[in-house]
Design a protein around this ligand. Sequence first.
Ligand SMILES: *Cc1c(COP(=O)(O)O)cnc(C)c1O
Length: 443
Amino acid sequence: MSSDAWSILDRVLDLVVSHNRWRGVESVNLIASENKMSPLATLVYITDMMHRYAEGKPYKRYYQGLVYVDEIEVLASRLMGELLDTEFVDVRPVSGTIANASVFRSYAKIGDKALVIPVQAGAHVSHTRYGTLGGLGIEQVEMPFDYEEFNVDVDKAVKMVEEVKPSIVVLGGSVYLFPHPVKELAEAAHSVGAVLMYDAAHVLGLITGRVWENPLKQGADLLTSSTHKTFPGPQGGIVAATSKQLLKPVSKTVFPVFVSNHHLHRLPALAVTAIEMKLYGHDYAEAITRNAKALAEALAEQGFKVLAEHKGYTRSHQVLVDVKELGGGGKAAVLLEKANIILNKNMLPWDRPEDIKNPSGLRIGVQEVTRIGMGPDEMKEIAAYMRRVLIDGEDPAKVASEVAEFRRQFTEIKYCIPLSEARRRLGDLAKYPPIKEILDLVH
Ligand SMILES: *Cc1c(COP(=O)(O)O)cnc(C)c1O
């Protein structure tokens, strides 16, 4: 038995090493929902806080031992609020889905309706009858979408709000090229007594970097988000609101309905990331959108069918490519994975539900390659690798080694406090495990 345990342990460690080498060093990550934390955020993520428990709100806990955690949580909320121009932020949801669940549960009852973006046009699974919305007994109603404009059909959607009288209108999504019309739909929502919730999971880093409209300034009542997509923080969630009154029922739902302990090691990492985004977030967001456009143009030049050319391809971190004629998104994503280019297949607006296994599209996000310092020249290289695999039909294994070599040139995370500065600032924290051991390893 015990020898078996040791050999399984070796296998587990091997798998972690292989994963780190592959996803961390040798592959180009274009998954639109991922990112990497900064060195300092990572260091404060692996502290004693990861072992501890809290329930309730700062200074009103059900557990002892949280003297320092309380202040960090207040600071993390304040910093996120400063980035979003509001004082009212709850950082306890442990994910974007939990943030959404907390708002849905607070503002709709069983049998109520929520108006959401159609799934093929980018709604997240948590906005659907198959996910959180359905789990809470709220009816999913899809709003009209204009597939020429790649956006909500405003006039028809406003009419639908007036007819359907939902409790919640949800904007924001997972596939996302252009900002949704917040102002018009917020007005319509308010006219029937509904709240407008904007799910900013994908674009939070663009909002805090001020290259994407802040929905809370345009009439949205509540903003939910993950904290780890374009915003490069720890995996987690937040809810922000325009008033204390709007946030209050949500906070009362986060705990005790959807979290008890809220994974405390996220909090200092979130605070550090928020500070880094105050310092470097605008440059970062501008570089992301510049790269997204550059990649879209480069892919089009290489012969790919890139969506929304007539609209300038994209305003976000994402690019959508139609690869139906190249065998479909399912097949293309697997081939690219073999070439060390990691992205995901995606439904395009005109796909049918039965196309889900091999939809027409590929969804590409450039936030992580931007964070490791790639620019428009590298976008051209990535587009050329993709052509070789998907259009020229080259052996992906051959391209894989070239991609790995290309990727290995980018070893540093940008738009954050450099490790040397982080070390200087860590002070006494650098004396305590596990940070001490780690710093000893990475001098
Ligand atoms: C990723 C995503 C979420 C869910 O976030 P998790 O943190 O993975 O739970 C919610 N909404 C949208 C639009 C997303 O893209």
